[in-house]
Ligand binder design. Sequence first.
Ligand SMILES: [Zn+2]
Length: 142
Amino acid sequence: MIDVIADQPWNRGPMDPGPIDREYFEAAAQGRLIIQKCTNCGNTQFPPKTLCVSCGQTPEWIETSGKGQVHTFTIVRRHGIEPFSGLPPFVLAMIDLPEGARLMGNVTDIDVEDVHVGQNVEAYAWRINETLALPLWRPAQN
Ligand SMILES: [Zn+2]
């Protein structure tokens, strides 16, 4: 299970994910970080798609541990588009999961200069509304 932060009002604009992405955000609101895994070939993938990108069969959702490692990242120091213009500096990272997929997300709760490749991070979720939450990453607690 991952923490769901509900005491911080959502301020990143409207979120209306499509039918495939929606499950990911709904699971996050329930404290679960999920990715797709193919029942035929075992491929894990993110972002979610209708078919397995490796063999074309139908993938299923699996729950992950919520643990990850920074594969690479960039520090966003300027952003000209609302509602993001007040956010910089922030870190946008690619996170490798032990379950196999690589996710993009923000690394928070740390000085942007202290983020590094190989860093152990854990997922948490920021509540958007009653049904949706956005997974984010922070340094692993232990
Ligand atoms: Zn497959």
